[in-house]
Design a binder for this molecule. Structure first.
Ligand code: IMP
Length: 313
């Protein structure tokens, strides 16, 4: 087994001002990690991929980021297709030579849609969205939410759960889910700030719970878990308030895009790597009132209501 080259001792935290990023996109990514309070290091380690007979390094790889808490390397691929192929090869070699190292390649497309989600970056300017495909009809949603309610009812036998919804996307789901849980329960809501590009700072609780959760059986109710960074942050916050138990119920799980491994106890549906709207989920506050869940395409953002009106007629 080849040895890794430790270029730099792991410090656990880099500062944007100190890092010399090769690309603007890397700096943007670092800002986003800072916002979510995910500790990172920029190119902290170089891995030897190929050596000659004398042990001299012929080929090496320095992934862009190391996320300390997650023990995960991230390589951003915001470059040409030829380079993407080249990077795929490096990641494959790294996986073979260092099976204990976790690495994720974040493609330009994924990365832009991640930024677009927060309303920044090129994708936001160029891409316009319109409903493309209905993934889950109102009937399918109703059926699945009923099933989740039955499961939760069973699991919380003898307990009185406190459902904590994360506003605003969760409104429809919360309203329906609680009506399918046949146990005494309470509800509460939180609003947390979302990432806004160039602003500094971390995730902020804009509106906190009104209930004390100590010794309570808390069930976080989420609309969708994407990278997992929001939920990870929230869980750490709530856990510090010493609830009797803390579980998570999410309507949608966009598992393919996960960066932080968060435990999900109840999942409605798994969704593909696409932006979805409806049944409470929005895109720039639009589409929340659709009774179904749909993917949106890269068209017609400027007047997002027009395609919807046609879709529903
Ligand atoms: P995460 O921190 O990346 O897991 O993002 C979670 C939050 O991003 C959710 O609570 C949603 O508000 C939002 N989000 C992620 N993906 C989508 C989507 O496809 N449609 C609408 N909102 C989304």
């Amino acid at each position: 087994m080849t040895r890794p080259l430790a270029q730099e001792q792991a410090t656990g935290r880099s500062r944007i001002e100190d890092a010399r990023f090769a690309h603007e996109s890397e700096e943007e990514f670092a800002r986003m990690l800072d916002f979510y309070n995910v500790r990172w290091e920029y190119e902290p380690r170089t891995f030897a991929l190929r050596r000659d007979d004398d042990g001299r390094i012929l080929e090496a790889f320095s992934p862009d980021f190391y996320l300390t808490d997650l023990d995960l390397y991230i390589e951003l691929t915001t470059l040409k297709q030829a380079l993407v192929t080249y990077k795929h090869r490096k990641v494959r070699l790294l996986n073979e030579l260092y099976p204990e190292v976790q690495i994720k390649l974040l493609h330009k497309r994924d990365y832009l849609s991640l930024l677009a989600k927060y309303g920044i970056g090129a994708a936001h300017e160029q891409e316009a969205l319109g409903v493309r495909e209905v993934l889950f009809s109102p009937t399918e949603i109703e059926r699945r939410v009923n099933e989740l309610g039955l499961e939760i009812t069973r699991d919380y036998d003898g307990k009185e759960p406190l459902l904590v919804g994360v506003l605003k996307g969760v409104t429809c789901f919360m309203a329906d889910l609680m009506r399918h849980i046949s146990r005494p329960l309470s509800i509460d809501f939180m609003t947390i700030s979302s990432y806004e590009g160039d602003r500094s700072g971390a995730v902020r609780i804009v509106q906190d719970l009104s209930e004390n959760i100590e010794d309570r059986h808390v069930l976080i109710v989420e609309d969708i878990v994407d990278t997992g960074m929001t939920l990870n942050h929230l869980m750490r916050q709530l856990q510090s308030r010493r609830p009797a138990s803390l579980r998570v119920c999410t309507l949608l799980d966009k598992r393919v895009r996960r960066l932080v491994d968060v435990p999900l106890d109840y999942v409605g549906f798994e969704v593909p790597d696409a932006f979805v709207v409806g049944y409470g989920l929005d895109h720039f506050q639009k589409f929340r009132n659709l009774p179904f869940i749909a993917t949106v395409g890269a068209e017609a953002l400027r007047d997002a209501r027009a395609p919807i009106a046609r879709e529903r007629d």
